[in-house]
Design a protein around this ligand. Structure first.
Ligand code: LLP
Length: 414
């Protein structure tokens, strides 16, 4: 469902006009809809009703405390990949027993923090990580619950930068090595083998690779059981795609039903780690046209948001819809929608058919996931404010950074 709708020609977030938001909070700013976040999570939880299951939101997609809070209140868990994300989810009120810790490079300090917190599971990605975690847990007098993230070597048919489950990717334990590593982990005194995990990539539009990966994982589960290593849970990762443009996107039901069918009759708790699908279409980036530079070859609309705010177009060539908050009266022509950053790669959209005037407000859609989360301060640009709309209310959930804050940690030479 979209919470961003046009009323009397003006784009709204739930009941709040984006014209009002721009006036109150300035541009550029991120606008999230609480309703859209909740509906996205509900869709998963509805399908999982009756199953022993836990949705662990992948925090990396959008780590704002208010977003985490919305999900925590509805019983979600969290998938984290750093000590920073752990501190964040705890600050947002997360239940430690609903946190799983993924990532290929966990430091000893991060492991200590997670062990002291008492998280649900470490998703371990390599043999040396198994040994390090056992040693750290031993030092603290704890037992670490683990899953191995197994790389099933299936092709998710998505952008190469966000494919993670192929042999050539750095993620997880190679499928053929998994059994031996499980045996080793089960023999260590400070680890408790609790589950199995896989994540094959992001923005998947075809549900088939998920099923293919699950078949391979279940074969391992059975093999382990025959050796007396009984797993309690299976973590299917994240990866379900969203519609940015006109993609055919599977429903959560079409994605989950075949997987849940394969799990029927097994005593395995199901964990999921969706990120993009929960937040991607629940956010937009509101920006204002600063200057128009019509030209013979190309016409540029220079807006006040840039690649430092939304890096996805520059980084992956991603397409985000760009729509006027109020449709202008002028002539529709193709515009290069670009930011003020000094790079030719600083664009939000190429050749967008729009009727524009300087001062117009534009909404860059589907900007709830991997958007603010991947922003930077390049060109000493303060990060934009984040606003969460809830019905007729708008809450400032992260204020705009100031220029002073950008160099506050720096010192001139003595
Ligand atoms: N679990 C693990 C272990 C992951 O690495 C990821 C994402 C997720 C879950 C969540 O995946 P999702 O449901 O959001 O697809 N920056 C890229 C996407 C990178 C995804 C990284 N891992 C982009 O903007 O498209």
């Amino acid at each position: 469902m979209s919470a961003f709708v046009r009323r009397n020609g003006v784009l709204h977030a739930e009941s709040v006009s984006l014209l009002d938001l721009a006036r109150r909070f300035g541009t550029p700013c991120w606008v999230y809809s609480r309703l859209a976040l909740e509906s996205a999570l509900d869709e998963f939880q509805r399908e999982l009703a009756g199953f022993d299951a836990l949705v662990c939101y992948a925090v990396k997609a959008n780590a704002n405390l208010a977003v985490l809070d919305v999900f925590a209140r509805r019983g979600a868990g969290f998938d984290i990949v750093s000590g920073g994300e752990l501190q964040r989810v705890l600050a947002a009120g997360a239940d430690p027993r609903r946190i799983v810790f993924s990532g290929v490079g966990k430091t000893a300090a991060e492991m200590e923090l997670a062990l002291a917190t008492g998280i649900l599971c470490f998703n371990v990605e390599s043999a040396p990580e198994v040994d390090r975690l056992d040693a750290v847990a031993g030092r603290l007098g704890k037992i670490a619950p683990i899953s191995l993230r197994v790389n099933p070597d299936v092709d998710p048919k998505t952008h190469p930068y966000i494919s993670t489950g192929l042999k050539q990717n750095k993620f997880g334990v190679a499928y053929d090595d998994a059994l031996a590593l499980y045996r080793h982990a089960a023999s260590l005194p400070h680890l408790e083998v609790s589950g199995i995990d896989c994540h094959i990539g992001s923005q998947l539009l075809d549900p088939a690779p998920f099923a293919e990966a699950l078949d391979k994982i279940l074969a391992l589960v059975d093999q382990l059981a025959s050796e007396g290593i009984t797993l309690r849970h299976i973590d299917l990762g994240g990866g379900l795609g969203i519609r940015y443009r006109d993609e055919d996107v599977p429903t959560v039901q079409a994605y989950l039903q075949p997987l849940l069918r394969k799990l029927e009759g097994r005593r395995l708790r199901v964990l999921l780690e969706p990120g993009r699908r929960l937040v991607g279409n629940a956010g937009l980036l509101l920006t204002r046209v600063e200057y128009l530079k019509p030209g013979e070859v190309k016409s540029f609309a220079i807006v006040d948001a840039a690649m430092n705010d939304l890096a996805r177009p520059a980084l992956y060539g991603s397409w985000h819809d760009i729509v006027p908050v109020v449709a202008g009266p002028g002539e529709v022509i193709p515009w290069e929608v670009v930011g003020p950053v000094c790079e030719s790669g600083d664009f939000l959209g190429h050749g967008r058919e729009l009727a524009l005037a300087a001062g117009d407000l534009l909404a860059v859609m589907s900007a709830g996931a991997y958007a603010m989360a991947m922003s930077s301060n390049y060109n000493s640009r303060p990060r934009a404010a984040e606003i969460m709309v809830d019905g007729a209310q708008a809450h400032l959930v992260r204020r705009r950074e100031t220029a002073e804050e950008l160099y506050a940690l720096e010192r001139r030479l003595p």
